[in-house]
Ligand binder design. Sequence first.
Ligand code: ADP
Ligand code: MG
Length: 313
Amino acid sequence: MKEFDLIAAFFKKRARRRQDVVLGIGDDAAAVIPPLGQAVMISTDTLNAGTHFLTTHSAESIGHRAIAVNLSDMAAMGAEPAWVTLSLSLPHVDSTWLSGFCDGFFSLLDEYQISLVGGDITQGPFSMTVTILGVAPPSLLLKRVGAAVGDYIYVTGTLGKASYALQDTTQPASERLSRVSARVKEGISLRGIASAAIDISDGLAQDLSHLLQCNQVGAEITLTQLPLADAPKIQLSEEASWQLALTGGDDYELCFTVPPDRVMLLETAAREWTCKVTRIGRIIATSALRCLRGDGTLLALTQLGYQHFNSEG
Ligand code: ADP
Ligand code: MG
């Protein structure tokens, strides 16, 4: 199949056309009209074979993940995702794989009513890049900056899902690509409530540390309050579960701060959420991330979280 036939067969045919898309797939660039007065938020993420997914993972789960990780960034900004582009680099064309990929890819786009408006398809190393565009009122963006001493720290959902699954060697590696459920609706409902927010992609400790650094503050986390994911089939000590929940990547939950006088607003908003929300600690003035055990002693982290470019060569 030629490039244009591939685009037509797999992408153009299945791309939903939102009303605000003036030009979609087929021209030299796409054109969209954002709602009047709203900011357009833009984010991009690349998944490389061998690093972010394995070639043994199902095509459908890879397609799903390509969108889900980008949705998580929109969620962390309180943005409503609207349009995406997809740049796909494939070593060779495999229609069965592409078809499975599109099933996962379009299932999430359709769920969130997002339009695929363009992209690129090339022969090369197995890799994909999705750029996502979303909209939000400019005065209500959720940013990393904004947390103040005394604000409470919360996380959505549970922590450690992906890293616990990686420990579970009773499962084949190909089945251990966890399903990311992006907290898009939750992010939007945090507009005007959260003082700062970040999505947890590289582990709570590392991502929360980014947020703390942006605000030149620290945090005290109560370990016994961490919403740990179930770790089926594997036995982990409490200490090991904490370490993995704090430093394992791929949770794609939201971590955010709320000033004490807005806690009631959060509780009201969270009643509509499909995931739980847990208060795990508080912002402190000392620039450190202090993780406290039940007995008040400090847990030392064995590592901060997932690091790109941290190996030699
Ligand atoms: P150009 O040569 O001008 O870059 P292409 O031939 O690469 O254009 O692509 C033709 C059209 O198909 C463009 O509108 C482009 O955005 C779209 N397109 C290409 N690949 C994809 C893809 N993987 N998914 C969605 N749209 C794509
Ligand atoms: Mg091109």
